[in-house]
Design a protein around this ligand. Structure first.
Ligand SMILES: Cc1cc2nc3c(=O)[nH]c(=O)nc-3n(C[C@H](O)[C@H](O)[C@H](O)COP(=O)(O)OP(=O)(O)OC[C@H]3O[C@@H](n4cnc5c(N)ncnc54)[C@H](O)[C@@H]3O)c2cc1C
Length: 484
């Protein structure tokens, strides 16, 4: 079933407990902090129904229609279809959003790859994985990711402090397990469900733990409380064109004795299962995550080049070199994405996963260089992005004629377009929203050290070791497992 935007909105009116700025939200779909981003997600659903976009946003199998973005990939073309769908969607909404489902659903596919390992440890839950992957597709579910606990004092073990600092099982019942704790989750307050699993963290040597749990949490379930950070959306589209439409509100999701039915549990108590899942979690979902940053790079290039053209600086060699730096960054991301699909690898469950070390290296390139690239774009845009008055000053009062005069550059670039570009660049590079997006890229799919760890684990070191062994004429006593 392909849902419409309205059906998605209806699903959010499930009595969920959402709090923002100390107030309970009655209906997230109408609240000013959430409405813009919910409308952006609803647009994704509606595009799947419109005749022009439906062939890109959906595919048909055995007479039924499903979302292209939620399709478990088995062929190279499935990944290309996803890129086309994301491209269509971003061009339609005129911006970049990350957590709209396709970027988190891949975590479920990696669960499918771990099915045999999980079955070996505890065969009770293997069928739940298949059923949930089919359900996400069949019901067109908006899925988010719940990894990160508040954690507390990490010099102490979870049970040596307030045990709720990490999500854990407090009780088993005939119907399921009962969870307590909390998770940070972007978009939870306007999603359908989350895949919850343990945070990045060192396990002690215990084999079984109440903290080793992976399951589905329904966002409107009893005991689930959404404590949201303040929104950026209320500042008005004329002055903050990105923040006003695309603020993806993050939530501290409190689990206050939440019953998870046995049918929604994927693993429970086995630390080996938890460690295995953490190790493979992003093997698919890193692709859409990195793809988002490609569009951010395009916005940096576009804002900087339009600015240089407005001011007539684009003819200068030094300016062109800075633009070329931005292009190298952008094309570096693109090259990793294209290569990761061209060299895609068959996964243990028979899905086609992007080439792992190319994908993870691309994620490091995209995330770790973004601060510098934002600064190059900021520098190219000049100081005017942070000193220009808001739109009202351009049209009202004694300021209007002066701003009209000083912001009109030539016959092609009049004050209104100059102001619009500067407002866009401010929101992209300098606003609260801009700082938040940068932090999102650095952390939301795990922090930098974890990205590097993924590269280390995915890269096949045999090639370089062998090459150097031959080149340096090392003896046969050394093997690629030799240490020291
Ligand atoms: C905007 C935003 C959105 C987010 N959305 C989500 C979401 O949707 N779902 C979700 O589950 N989580 C989400 N997160 C949480 C995110 O995954 C965490 O912030 C991240 O995993 C880091 O955890 P932490 O914030 O507790 O930082 P910490 O664990 O305190 O780490 C802070 C820093 O300490 C250092 N450090 C800590 N441990 C190590 C180590 N073992 N080795 C080396 N250095 C280390 C690193 O420099 C690290 O960057 C989001 C975060 C942000 C900022």
């Amino acid at each position: 079933m392909i849902r419409t935007g309205e059906q998605y909105r209806d699903g959010l009116r499930d009595g969920r407990e959402v709090w923002i700025d100390g107030e309970r939200v009655e209906d997230v779909t109408r609240h000013p902090a959430f409405k813009p981003i919910i409308d952006a997600k609803a647009r994704m659903y509606d595009l799947a129904h419109e005749p022009e976009s439906a062939p890109t946003m959906t595919y048909t199998e055995a007479g039924d229609c499903f979302s292209t973005l939620l399709r478990p990939p088995t062929e190279h073309e499935h990944w290309r279809e996803k890129r086309r769908a994301v491209d269509l969607y971003f061009n339609d909404i005129g911006g970049v959003v990350t957590r709209v489902g396709d970027e988190t659903v891949g975590e479920m596919w990696s669960l499918l790859d771990g099915r045999d390992v999980l079955n070996e440890l505890d065969p009770r839950f293997g069928d739940n994985i298949d059923r949930h992957i089919a359900r996400v597709l069949a019901e067109d579910i908006f899925h988010v990711s719940a990894n990160t606990d508040p954690k507390g004092d990490r010099s102490k073990r979870p049970h040596d402090q307030d045990p709720d600092m990490m999500v854990h099982v407090v009780k088993e019942t005939d119907s399921g397990i009962v969870l307590r704790g909390a998770k940070y989750e972007t978009a939870a307050s306007y999603a359908d469900q989350a895949f919850l699993k343990p945070t990045v963290g060192a396990w002690t040597d215990e084999e079984l733990s109440d903290y080793a749990v992976g399951c589905i949490v329904r966002m409107g379930a009893r005991g689930v409380k959404h404590l949201c950070r303040a929104g950026f959306a209320g500042k008005g589209a004329t002055d903050y064109p990105l923040a006003s439409r695309f603020d993806e509100v993050d939530t501290l999701l409190v689990l206050d004795d939440v019953l998870i039915p046995w049918g929604d549990v994927f693993f429970y108590r086995h630390t080996k299962a938890a460690a295995f899942i953490r190790g493979t979690l992003h093997r698919y979902s890193a692709f859409p995550y990195v793809l988002r940053i490609l569009y951010t790079a395009d916005m940096l290039i576009g804002a900087a080049l339009w600015n240089a053209r407005q001011t007539g600086l684009d003819g200068l060699q030094a300016v062109r070199e800075k633009l070329a730096d931005l292009v190298c960054y952008r094309e570096g991301i693109n090259a990793h994405l294209v290569a990761a699909i061209a060299e895609a690898q068959r996964s243990p469950s028979g899905l086609l996963m992007p080439h792992q070390s190319l994908l993870y290296a691309g994620r490091v390139h995209a995330c770790s260089n973004l601060p510098q690239m934002m600064h190059i774009a900021r520098e190219l845009c000049g100081g005017q992005i942070c000193v220009t008055p808001n739109a009202a000053a351009f049209v009202r009062g004694g300021s209007a004629p002066w701003l009209e005069k000083f912001y009109s550059l030539n016959a092609n670039w009049q004050a209104d377009d100059r102001r619009k570009l500067l407002a866009f660049a401010r929101d992209l590079l300098n606003s609260d929203y801009a700082g938040h997006r940068l932090t999102f890229v650095q952390f939301a799919q795990a922090p930098h050290f974890n990205h590097l760890n993924a590269v280390y684990n995915a890269f096949d070191f045999a090639g370089p070791l062998d090459f150097v062994k031959r080149a340096a004429e090392l003896s046969d006593r050394v093997s690629d497992t030799s240490r020291g």
